[in-house]
Design a protein around this ligand. Structure first.
Ligand SMILES: Cc1ncc(COP(=O)(O)O)c(C=O)c1O
Length: 302
């Protein structure tokens, strides 16, 4: 791989066919099963103030997803790290959304055997993308609890980060129809699952609860779980009935797209008088403070 220049593709860069290119080159074939079958896995890491946060954990999850989908890429873990650094460097970005993905690829014409396709690896970096921007967070995010079921974990393993998002996307339309900002979906038993790009937490009587199954094991969710341990906050990882959200003391969501984000309302009804709630605030502050911890920082080689 060549040395890519800092700011060579100012504003963002893709990595395709073994090289860094401008964002406008970010295209895939119409015949790639990643597109025709959602046969793809991906991961998204963040760069904040010039350093990746928990990149090792994102790489672990990506390589584990590749194994579970029987996909292979022609790059080692160290090379993928170098490619991602290159995307951020080429884009001249200090705060970035950095994606890596692998599609099944294009099988020979007419073939229906996935083993015949050559898997394709792509990566890109864009300016940081928030689940909800700071202004919206301050104003108070209104979460719609949709009756739609998340695709069953027995059908699509949610620990493989995937593009099976139709349930989540339609729940977003439900939310917008009701004047809410975002949504979460439930499982067949009526327990909270997750939302479009985030995990869900509630707090009641000082105890933090988050679903134990049927969700992507978010890296931000893991950060919250670990922080509860270090901050001495009680935590239960267990099924969370969606009906419990309305009577919670606090609700928050977690995502690489913004860390810990407080929820102000459930379906238009304010959750509590104090917003953000004290436990959410502690976790949010601790989440950002961790970005200075050398264990989790991987400074971009600009
Ligand atoms: C469906 C889903 N759940 C949860 C998350 C949160 O995961 P992470 O904290 O690793 O960003 C995401 C992230 O995109 C997601 O797509």
């Amino acid at each position: 791989m060549r040395m890519v220049g800092t700011g060579e593709f100012e504003g963002g860069s893709v990595f395709i066919d073994g090289d860094w290119k401008p964002l406008s080159e970010g295209k895939v074939s119409l015949f790639d099963w990643g597109f025709t079958r959602s046969d793809v896995t991906y991961d998204v890491a963040s760069v904040w103030h010039g350093a990746f946060f928990r990149l090792d954990d994102h790489l672990d999850r990506f390589f584990s997803s590749l194994d579970k989908l029987r996909m292979k890429i022609p790059y080692s873990r160290a090379e993928v790290r170098q490619i991602l650094h290159g995307c951020v460097k080429a884009g001249g970005l200090q705060d970035a959304y950095v994606a890596m993905l692998c599609t099944r690829g294009v099988p020979p014409r007419g073939a229906r055997d996935p083993r015949l396709a050559t898997n394709r690896f792509y990566a890109y970096a864009l300016p940081f993308v928030w689940i909800a921007p700071p202004e919206k967070q301050a104003q108070g995010i209104d979460l719609h609890v949709s009756g739609r079921l998340r695709i069953a974990p027995e059908s699509v393993d949610p620990t493989i980060k995937n593009y099976h998002w139709i349930d989540l996307v339609l729940s977003l339309f439900d939310a917008y129809d009701r004047g809410a900002d975002t949504s979460c979906v439930v499982d067949a038993q009526g327990n909270v699952a997750e939302g479009p790009g985030f995990n869900v937490f509630m707090v009641k009587g000082g105890v933090v609860r988050t679903p134990d199954r049927g969700v992507l094991e978010g890296i931000s969710r893991r950060t919250v779980i670990e922080l509860c341990g270090t901050l001495g906050i009680a935590l239960r990882i267990e099924p969370v009935p969606a009906t419990d959200l309305a009577s919670a003391d606090e609700v928050f969501i977690s995502s690489t797209g913004g860390g810990v984000l407080p929820i102000a309302k459930i379906d238009g009804r304010p959750i509590a008088e104090v917003f953000p709630g004290p436990i959410t605030k502690r976790l949010q502050d601790a989440y950002w403070a961790l970005h200075d911890d050398p264990r989790f920082r991987d400074p971009v080689e600009y």
